[in-house]
Design a binder for this molecule. Sequence first.
Ligand SMILES: [Mg+2]
Length: 326
Amino acid sequence: VTNLGEFELIDELTRHLDPPLEGLGIGDDAAAWTPAPGKLAVATTDMLIEGIHFRLDWTTPRDLGWKSLAVNLSDLAAMGARPGHALISLALLPGQAQLAEELYDGVRDLAARTGTQVVGGDTVRTPGPLIINVALIGDADPDRLLRRDAAEPGDLLVLTGPVGASGAGLALLLADGPAALTRPGAAPLLAAHHRPVPQLAVGAALAELGLRCAIDVSDGVASEARHLARASGVAVEIDVDSLPLPGEAVALFGRERALEMALSGGEDYQLLFTVPAARLKEVLSAIDPLCRPSVVGRVSGRHAGGAVALTLAGAPYDAAPGYTAF
Ligand SMILES: [Mg+2]
């Protein structure tokens, strides 16, 4: 890409990863492994483009590597699937070989924690912008898949943890740039934005419990609830007063703005899932050691095309529809 040729760079990048446990990894024409017998393959891919999905002036390459893998792992978590093998493709500008190596260190940080193996990919030169594409393949039990289209009237809606932290972190960065790091109370919000933690253990537990319906919160709770409602053909009510907000976001931005960040900020990567009311206690106590679950609403009935109503103290609540991606 600069002094290094493509093949030397691939060799360098491979040294930043652990070797594959079985099968063939980086270095042949394609990767190969044995899929588990009796399993369903679950695949997802996500592309991140500099200037649209991230900015290098306040994101380190290592955090960027972590996040590139995290957003894909979150989609597997939302399916109740396990990772997995990943293929990582980079479009690099001249002079970005060192950046690519640091990015791979960030990928390895999260890969090692989640049992993900990076088995291949591609690197190309580009005049810009930097592009990172991760393809991730995992597996699930065929009769234990979490889907968007399985919500039923009478189900309760549950979130696995606080929402709005990443949006608050982004708001700090947009206002202050890298100086946001020095703001008191900013650290957990910036960490949520730069190093989101995919809820793989909770997703697997929900699938194991026989639940059917989940989605990950990549675009804000309001938008994810709409996806779920549309796919399931149901009407959903969300009580905005019950949304778990990070204390730091409320302290820095006030409750109303923190609420907007939760509803439309995005990139929190919590799971939003449904539970039949009769199973609520059992499910909450089962997942309590893994996350901080909150009941945030309910499925109020069937509705062709889906519908979401936000309420505050029983009255309709108007949310700003805005979503900023960075
Ligand atoms: Mg998703």
